[in-house]
Design a binder for this molecule. Structure first.
Ligand SMILES: [Zn+2]
Length: 120
């Protein structure tokens, strides 16, 4: 457990079935205009998968794989919140976390990187 800094923060889906712990707030968040992100209200933060703890029952999450099959987007089976994504063919060094699962005070002030995912 990397708790020496005491900076790790934990968020959760709406119903609380899925807990997500990240090392701390990211340096920036991303907002993307692609067909999935704009529908789910995704605000992204990115880490190495080893740095993120997803605490959920094995059957609590529903996988969604879109056309290009690069990542699996996970949503809570109970409340439907889109919590995070994990790589399939995308780089194994990165996963995405939906910062909306965390207290807005943790990320709302951060710089926003606009990603033009709709054009890819
Ligand atoms: Zn939930």
């Amino acid at each position: 457990m990397a708790c020496a800094e005491g900076a790790a923060i934990t968020g959760h889906c709406h119903c609380g079935a899925v807990l997500i712990t990240i090392p701390g707030p990211p340096e920036q968040v991303t907002q993307c205009n692609c067909s999935l992100c704009r529908r789910t209200g995704w605000i992204g933060g990115y880490w190495h998968p080893d740095e993120v703890i997803i605490d959920a029952a094995p059957d609590a999450l529903n996988p969604y794989v879109q056309g290009d099959k690069m990542i699996t987007t996970w949503n809570c089976k109970t409340c439907g919140a889109h919590t995070h994504w994990t790589p399939i063919t995308a780089s194994p060094d990165r996963m995405g976390v939906n910062m909306r699962m965390f207290d807005p005070a943790e990320w709302q002030h951060l710089p926003v990187q606009e990603v033009d995912g709709a054009s890819f």
